[in-house]
Ligand binder design. Structure first.
Ligand code: 5AD
Ligand code: SF4
Length: 423
């Protein structure tokens, strides 16, 4: 979400005369998008800004944007006294105007919740894929998660605004989109009409010349059979679900306020695989949540072995202010969290390796995205499961779907050779 918002803000700033530079020493304005989901992420943005503080002397404007800004508000000046602008996620579209009217020495704080417009501009430094935000905020209140506090309550973007944007993007050469939301399945729950995520996807499917539609993130509680059937019936929809499990223990899931049991999670996986045997399922796992015993952890490990996710993102629990879990003792030691993290990492590495190796000898439809920067002889794209595929070819196939026979894999990437037939 931060990446998508910064991409869009960059576009807005460029239309008002700014130019992006990769060299901070040349920057008249530095905007840092802070993630606060874990302490480590927050530390990273704070130390990034501190390490560029020396630029203040030559008048560079410093802006902290994103969740970190909203969460800490004026308290952030205790850590970063040299900031000029503090701007929460709901005010990002105002940044171009703020910086254009900025006079040195003023401090501007724009935080808090409000209904705010989505930034409706298509990033022009695109290749053939873009991210389309469809919701802001989240109403789920998982007990460990700071997002509802940092980004506010759910706001769904109006269908016509999404559809118009995608149509414009396709006219400009975009071939694939990823719909973005903290929980895309919540889309529309704040509308007064009966319009949900499946309805939106069906409308998007009618857009001509759009080759692929993907989405993240899905919540297991709301991943309906209706949506899974639509996915199964449409070749344009990516066969990939990112459904965070978090824990394999019902007790921990209850304490996390996740609103599903392990059994219900397995049901979603079972239905998805029944309807789409080739589907790639990825997930998030958290270790060391307050009260997580060795037995709870063993249950998580056992589910991971049973489900065999394509890929996992594994996190060590980090207490976040203002969350329900913050009131609980952070009683799993750092060493134990690291130990549990390592075990899952190693288990998953082997599973991911086995899944990738099962592609060898099979053919994949690859939407070609770009040439490799390291080796321009190679083209890079994704197959329908969203797995990166690379192959040697000297023709201009960017934006085309190519049939590639997989011959090997390395570090999460499949490689192969072209079978012919371009779409
Ligand atoms: N500590 C550790 N991991 C967290 N996540 C969210 N909040 C926390 C936290 N307080 C993880 C969850 C979520 C992913 C985006 O980040 O696993 O799915
Ligand atoms: Fe956070 Fe839960 Fe919402 Fe995801 S669904 S953003 S984990 S509160």
């Amino acid at each position: 979400m931060n990446f998508s918002e910064s991409e869009r803000l960059c576009e807005l700033l460029e239309t008002s005369g700014w130019r992006e530079t990769k060299n901070p020493d040349q920057a008249g304005l530095i905007i840092a998008f802070g993630c606060s989901v874990r302490q480590k992420a927050e530390n990273r943005v704070i130390s990034f800004l501190k390490s560029h503080k020396y630029l203040k002397e030559k008048g560079t404007i410093f802006c902290l944007a994103g969740c970190t800004a909203n969460l800490h508000k004026e308290k952030i000046f205790n850590y970063l006294p040299f900031l000029d602008i503090v701007c929460g996620p709901n005010h990002i579209a105002e940044i171009p105007e703020i910086v254009d009217n900025y006079s040195p020495g003023r401090i501007i704080i724009k935080t808090g919740e409000k209904d705010s417009p989505f930034i409706e501009c298509i990033p022009s430094k695109k290749n053939i894929t873009i991210m389309i935000p469809i919701t802001k905020g989240c109403n789920n209140f998982c007990s460990y998660c700071v997002v509802p506090m940092a980004r506010g309550k759910l706001q769904s973007r109006k269908p016509h605004s999404i559809i118009e944007e995608i149509k414009n993007a396709v006219e400009q050469g975009i071939k694939a989109i990823t719909l973005l939301g903290q929980n895309v399945n919540e889309y529309g729950k704040d509308f007064t009409t009966d319009y949900d995520f499946s309805d939106l996807v069906c409308e998007i499917l009618k857009i001509e010349n759009l080759m692929r539609i993907g989405f993240v993130t899905s919540h297991p509680e709301d991943t309906s059979e209706k949506l899974l059937s639509i996915m199964a019936q449409n070749k344009k929809i990516m066969k990939h679900l990112h459904i965070p499990l978090q824990s394999g223990s019902d007790k921990i899931l209850r304490d996390m306020n996740r609103k599903y049991t392990v059994e219900e999670f397995l049901q979603v996986v079972e239905t998805a695989r029944r309807l789409m045997p080739e589907i790639s399922i990825t997930s998030d796992i958290m270790v060391g949540f307050p009260g997580e015993t060795k037995q709870d952890f063993e249950k998580t490990l056992s589910i991971i072995k049973e489900v065999r996710f394509n890929e996992l993102f594994i996190f060590k629990y980090s207490p976040r202010p203002m969350t329900k879990a913050f009131e609980l003792p952070d009683d799993v030691s750092r060493e134990e969290k690291e130990h549990r993290h390592r075990i899952i990492l190693e288990t998953q590495k082997e599973i991911s390796r086995e899944i990738l190796s099962s592609f060898i000898g099979k053919a994949c439809e690859v939407l070609v995205e770009r040439r490799s920067i390291k080796n321009p002889l190679l083209l890079i794209g994704k197959n329908i499961q969203g797995i990166p595929v690379t192959f040697k070819n000297n023709q201009n196939l960017i934006g085309k779907i190519v049939n590639v026979e997989i011959t090997g894999y390395e570090e999460g990437i499949l490689f192969g050779k072209v079978n012919g037939e371009y779409l």
